[in-house]
Design a protein around this ligand. Sequence first.
Ligand code: IVH
Length: 688
Amino acid sequence: MGTDYKDRIQQLRRELSEHNRRYYVDNAPSISDYDYDMLMNELIALEKEHPELVTADSPTQRVGSDIEVQADGGESGVSREFAHLPHRYPMLSLGNTYSMQEVKEFVERASKGIEDEFSFSCELKFDGTAICLTYENGILTRALTRGDGTIGDDVLNNVRKIKSIPQKLSGEGWPASFEIRGEIYMPYKAFDALCKEREDAGEVPFANPRNAASGSLKLLDSAEVGRRGLECTLYHMLADELPFETHAQALKAAKSWGLPVSEKSRICYSLKEIEDYINYWDTERKLLPFATDGAVIKINELDIQKHLGFTSKFPRWAVAYKFKAEQALTEVRSIDYQVGRTGAVTPVANLQPVPLSGTTVKRATLNNAEWMEQLDIRVGDWVYVEKGGEIIPKITAVELSKRPLIAQKPQFPSNCPDCGTPLVRAEGETKWFCPNQWGCPTQVKEGLVHFLGRKAMNVLAGDATVAQLYELGLVKVSADFYKLSFADLYRLEGWKEKSCQRFLDSLQKSRKTGFEHVLFAIGIRNVGETTAKSLARHFGSIDALSSAGKEELMAVGDIGEIIADSILKYFASPVNQDNIQRLKEAGLQFSMVAEGPKDNVLNGGSVVITGTYSISRDQMKELIEAHGGKASGSVSAKTLYLLAGEKPGPEKIKKAQELGVAIINEANFYEIVGEKSVVIEEKELTLF
Ligand code: IVH
């Protein structure tokens, strides 16, 4: 019982890291912001109770990362190939709350000990993807995504295609060199047009405008970025010396230089005015042509901002008040039961179309049989739908007062809606499954689509192509893709020389895809992207993995009994063994290839070392210099990283936290500089 909280802390960290990845890297979150924030709050509370367990890489201490660290050469329309550049100033996130009481506490905390009159800048919280622009002598010279807050992806070429962002400033009075940060977002109109286009092309639409914006910003084809209708709003100027006294003056000047700045901000002088601003926009935002998810309250005076400083993750001078997800009330017309790649059957309600947060909702998930029971849902009921991060919104409650007299209670099917096989439910599982893994057409097709997917083999093909290849009997297992000839593809409806060649080229390129992606692609149940990566790194090859026993598998961090059993089951199947053999013969990567070091990634930045490492401090200094950094002994606002080894100096940690300098551990450092050859065990770092 005594160590339960330790397990819970570990579990929350794992879950939050996975959700960070889905949100920032995949642009495909699987839980709502609200649910995410609740998990984060639980972890914050546990770490507060047990400060001795706080680690530098806990999600409470780090901002989520949108950087993809990969070793393969796969390519589709979305890039894995942007240069990673360090931020001049750490790019932090905001502390957030759903409670007005906490806004009050923020105002009180911030006001403590400040004698002079001061004000707050209240702004909309734009729901897009963060961007950091650098202007030198009035010219746009850099555009970085947030990345992990210390290193971002260089997306300048794409940002140049966004019309509202000037390449050259107008007016006068700008600092010779400054950064301005903001949000790139996709207005609803552009989002709807893009979703329609993708649906027509048989592609999966984006879940929401935020994902569409960050997905679009990471496209390889800049011309396509230009067509997507992205917009930008800027809300935070930074420089070594800013010639302004307040944040509002800085933004006013930015506007006069031609930079896009929101018109909806307001300067407030009291809690009452802040509350009025929040309440007004909580309603009024529904009429805006773009998505917002809250209000941001910032201290307006720059000297007070400086005095309050930062924690390792947030400024102490700002807070975000998040609006609760919008709900809509509508009628259930019918319920479908959908089979997925793993055979899981999910009930989905077809609804009377209803507008919700800028789009029209027609379908909503009912999760599983248990949730249906709990809701006691009937066809004909009126239900509340809410949009989380998912593509399909969820039904959260039934409005019993509107239940019609004759409302039919739905019957969860006992047989697979696709192939008719009796469904099974394992002990402890909430989902019913179709066990006909090799014969159920939907499962096979979904498995093939998964194999080609962007995070897997990254082959350019939509669901409709896979369906045709399957129905013509050309592809039954993934290895069949690599046997396809030009003539086979030419048989597909609507395919000409060009499309056939493009598909073959894309397959050819996929042969170089890194082992970790291949391992994810082959679709072992319960092995998601992150698990595939840990397994690939731990075992190094498919042969080592497939011959590992249960104990060996469970020795890998994060692998529990359920995943270990799935892996064993997968490799025990002759169909899988045969498919893997054929994929090997087709030339796919079934072992890890070491990634080369990145020469100048530190770009002149200073790295302060503290504590001990698995190599000597001198060797560590050499490594820092070899990657273009300067090794230094003391932390200042200009420090790029504090590299904390074992037993780090508490003073340095404290100073770095105060100044908002990124604290990284040895493993993080090797990842940043691409030194995979240095083998270390990941050690937990205790902060003081
Ligand atoms: S200020 C150091 N202002 O929300 C403070 N952020 O959830 C920098 N955001 O990281 C942020 N609208 O990406 C600020 N008016 C606004 C914003 C805003 C949207 C984003 C931003 C931030 C995130 C936190």
